[in-house]
Design a protein around this ligand. Sequence first.
Ligand code: GDP
Length: 324
Amino acid sequence: EEDTDLEEDINGVKRSPIITVMGHVDHGKTSLLDAIKQTDVTSTEAGGITQHIGAYTVKVNNETLTFLDTPGHEAFTAMRARGAKITDIVILVVAADDGIMPQTVEAINHCKAAEVPMIIAINKMDKVGANPDRVKQELTEHGLVAEDWGGDVICVPVSAHTREGLEQLLEMVVLSSEMMELKADPDRNAKGTVVEARLDKGRGPVATLLVQNGTLKVGDSIYVGTTYGRIRAMFNDKGEKIKEAGPSMPAEILGLSDVPSSGERFVVAKDEKTARARADKKAESIRQEKFQKSHKVSLEDLYSQIQEGKVKELDLIVKADVQG
Ligand code: GDP
């Protein structure tokens, strides 16, 4: 009941946009993400060294932008497969000397299907073979017409190496997000999506959560898939300890019972017992689904067969174990 879709919170207040960088391999996604990270002066101040937690925030003219720092399509695909709408805007990187390539087309199709607006960053403008007009020409073949060609698609020529165009790119992101009037309600219990997670030798399961609505706090009990726990500690993208994280903010958290998968949704429960019950329920429903698939019969039917003495319970348990 709590895990309803993350629809816009019309009673909410303004929240920052969440941005994903996509594009063909080697077109400069990682370089661009790194270059953008460096535009934030706070991240270069002492004690505020940006950590890799899978998402980071930058300030642009008093506006905060949240970037998912996981280039490539896997994260996006995993999140979409789970029905999580995590991105407000996609920056589609196209190398000016290479043009539209298969993974560019794939990204365009993902964005169209998910109805996520795209801003095109025509990258590697410093290169001799850079040809932004060719990129725009190729874009039209996919129904994307650049603004200066009479369409509505924002194209910004940039170079992740020389940093040319980065400011304009970020300004365009801010402008676009303002027009989207993104909202969330910081007074609610938090919910959102797992960006990435891993097992840390000393600290146990560590997960980066992106809060999409509400405010996540240390001490909150959450469940995510078959995992649950009480948040023991929280860190921001600068590695600093924080007590809470509001809408559109990423937070690295400690305290989960297990490592969740990226793209999974998390929800705050009223207490740890409830969180555990939710996680257990999820685990049970997964078990039932597996069982049903491998036996082509529902668990209910099996239980009644047991009661009627047709099947020995032990046989079933053995079978279930064998078939996972
Ligand atoms: P990704 O696979 O999309 O993440 O691409 P990378 O960021 O790893 O970049 C691929 C290659 O292109 C690397 O060798 C980068 O140094 C280079 N590259 C990225 N951006 C630029 C740029 O703006 N100008 C030039 N000349 N090279 C770039």
